[in-house]
Write a new protein. Structure first.
Length: 127
């Protein structure tokens, strides 16, 4: 299994059973970008259900269609998502995302990486 991958929008890495997705600085995410992000992530999953730590602090702008796509298609093979946000902008953006898109998996936003990882611990497969 690959431990690191990067595309034009994000970098992906595995640490202690958690997939880390870090959005690049000042990235703009539209529907085609969201589709590529999800497709690349699914390739890395290799069919396994995983918890995901998603650092969205680099997102400059995200379209409504990209948010909707990420809420549904972005939840495939994901046990739970912890969103790492920067107050107040990305924190507010994630609160709106969670409220309006209602992701089908446990999803929470955090300012602190340690708290985000603690939220994901129960979802890590011990195998």
């Amino acid at each position: 299994m690959r431990n690191y991958f990067e595309n034009d929008y994000t970098s992906y890495s595995f640490h202690d059973g958690i997939l880390h997705i870090d959005y690049h600085q000042n990235v703009q995410v539209d529907l085609p970008a969201a589709a590529q992000i999800v497709n690349d992530r699914l390739t890395l999953h290799e069919g396994r259900l995983l918890p995901v730590l998603c650092d969205v602090r680099g997102i400059k702008e995200i379209s409504k269609s990209a948010r909707a796509y990420l809420a549904l298609e972005g939840s495939v093979l994901v046990k739970a998502v912890a969103m790492l946000v920067e107050p107040p902008v990305s924190e507010m953006m994630m609160a709106i995302y969670i409220r309006t898109n209602n992701p089908p998996i446990p999803t929470q936003s955090f300012v602190n990486r340690g708290e985000a990882l603690k939220f994901l611990e129960p979802f890590v497969d011990e195998r």
